[in-house]
Write a protein that binds this ligand. Structure first.
Ligand code: F6P
Length: 336
């Protein structure tokens, strides 16, 4: 018998059959997102061959220099998702304001937020990057959503996912019913189910943090990392390993695959901004995926998904991954 694998489309349609009152709109929306990620994957794979590497003159709303691929990927996401009538408005890390669906197209019942190319400082050096997205419901009775309509806590997400453009391209998805991973089969142009029901081990001996910020850290983070570094000779009684890819998608994917803890905490350097990573485009979707896979996600002080957003581009401290380690770090915050 031929080794048949479930395509992502089949998977989504079969999942939707179990949802009462589902109209197929959500399935179609996800299909458009998948298409966008395939296009971005193709561009990332071809890199300099198609002239997409390097920076532009412009900065995004966060004050970061935009890479050519940041802008191209943003465009791809917009174009793939604006026409079909499933989305009422979009918001992207790369755009100052929300993107209302043009008058020429019908509007749908969902709001889409995304980071089209996360970790893009890695793109020129040929290290993994990814796309992160989150789907919210447009509040009832709202035809022309504004920025405020997007400001919903992470617990309200209908779906969250990412595509990782690494040695292979993988899409990982949750609709609140576990986490599943799909690898892009280049030969047939489809993502197919390769990582069903992903689960994060509760314990780990691997942590990820940008250690160049060590002098800015707060006491609980210092304490946690010091204990990890002390290894077998310290209070933890075992050796730890450290990784830092500087690509959150790759980092989260590693944790989903073999466990670990990822930290971009509040520190003296980012305190004024509220943290380093963005709540709507990075922290919330990744938190939903991590929690759905049995992990935990916190700012150190509260569960990320329960934070009431106050701004579209809000930043937030992020500590996520293997449950027992995240809980330990939260406890260190409480104790300090
Ligand atoms: O903007 C997000 C991001 O690129 C993440 O993907 C990554 O985790 C982080 O920034 C890297 O930060 P740093 O530049 O401090 O290593």
């Amino acid at each position: 018998m031929h080794n048949y694998r479930t395509s992502i489309t089949q998977f989504i349609i079969e999942e939707q059959r179990h949802i009462e009152g589902a109209t197929g709109e959500f399935t179609s929306l996800l299909n458009d997102i998948v298409t966008a990620c395939k296009v971005i994957s193709n561009l990332v794979n071809h890199g300099e061959l198609v002239g997409v590497l390097g920076s532009t003159e412009s900065e995004n709303v966060q004050g970061e220099t935009q890479k050519k691929l940041d802008i191209i990927s943003n465009d791809v996401f917009i174009k793939s998702n604006e026409w079909a009538g499933h989305v009422a408005a979009m918001a992207s890390e790369e755009m100052d304001d929300i993107y209302p669906i043009p008058e020429a197209y019908p509007r749908g019942k969902y709001l889409l937020t995304f980071d089209p190319l996360d970790g893009s400082s890695n793109i020129d050096v040929n290290v993994s990057v990814g796309t992160i997205f989150s789907i919210l419901r447009c509040p009832d009775g709202i035809d022309n959503p504004t920025k405020e309509d997007f400001l919903q806590p992470g617990t309200k997400q209908v779906c969250a996912g990412y595509a990782l453009y690494g040695p292979s391209s993988i899409m990982v998805l949750t609709t609140g019913n576990g986490v599943n991973g799909f690898t892009l089969d280049q030969n047939i142009g489809e993502f197919v189910l390769t990582h069903p029901k992903m689960q994060i081990p509760e314990d780990t001996v691997e942590f990820a943090i940008n250690a160049s910020n060590m002098r800015f850290w707060e006491a609980p983070i210092k304490r946690y990392v010091d204990e990890c570094l002390a290894g077998k000779t310290g209070s933890r009684g075992r050796d730890f390993n450290m990784r830092w890819i500087a690509s959150m998608v790759a980092e989260v994917h590693r944790i989903l695959t073999r466990g670990g803890v990822f930290m971009y905490p509040l520190d003296e350097k980012n305190r004024e901004k509220g943290g380093r990573l963005r709540l709507m485009y990075e922290a919330n979707p990744m938190s939903m995926i991590i929690e759905q896979a049995g992990g935990a996600s916190s700012t150190g002080r509260e569960r990320i998904m329960e934070v009431e957003p106050s701004d579209l581009h809000q930043r937030i401290p992020v500590i996520l991954g293997s449950k027992n380690e995240v809980e330990r770090i939260v406890q260190y915050h409480q104790e300090s």
